[in-house]
Ligand binder design. Sequence first.
Ligand code: CA
Length: 236
Amino acid sequence: MPESILVVEDEPALRDTLSYNLKKDGFAVEAVGDGRSALESARRLKPDLIVLDLMLPEIDGFEVCRILRKEMITPILMLTARDDEIDRVVGLEVGADDYLTKPFSMRELMARVKAQLRRSRLLREELEKSNAEATPQEKLTFGNLTINLTRREVTLNGSPLSLKPQEYELLLFFAEHKGQMLSREFILERVWGWDFIGDSRTVDVHVRWLRQKIEDEPGKPVRIVTVRGGGYRFEG
Ligand code: CA
């Protein structure tokens, strides 16, 4: 799908020239001539970039830019008629990404448009990459059992379980060591801390409580199994 550009320019000749040249370069272009239409088109079209003239009837470019900046991250390339308006673009910090002073060459405009699109593509890719990396670590899933790490919530068949903080820590420790034989002493040291005053029966008691919550048949556990003479193993 071609990238879309919204052109906002009240001067018909320049609007046509901009549209023509952008279309020729393969962009999908919508062109409007005033600020009100600009807002309407931007919201409907969600364009990849907006070329926005500063002096417009009804709502001027500053105001359009200020409003759109709150609603979308689309790059905005401002067109100004005079050098002193650039100071206002920069000084007012309305959120334009770049600006061009009239008159400008089409080649210059194309270079700026492409630079902005490239920049926003990179930003989007980075954002998607960081989202993709964060997702698998949010949850640990074992069949119908899910541990939500960010919310510290455990669900069984989609329904949240009410776990005491220590039960949650123990389950999480098991989950992180799936398939490994864990001795009571090791569990006690890692989950309760080496300075915990108590003995390994604490582990047995918590395992029993956990089994009652996550096993179909707590008397015949298949998730947290007892290893004869050793400790426990989490099977998932
Ligand atoms: Ca104008």
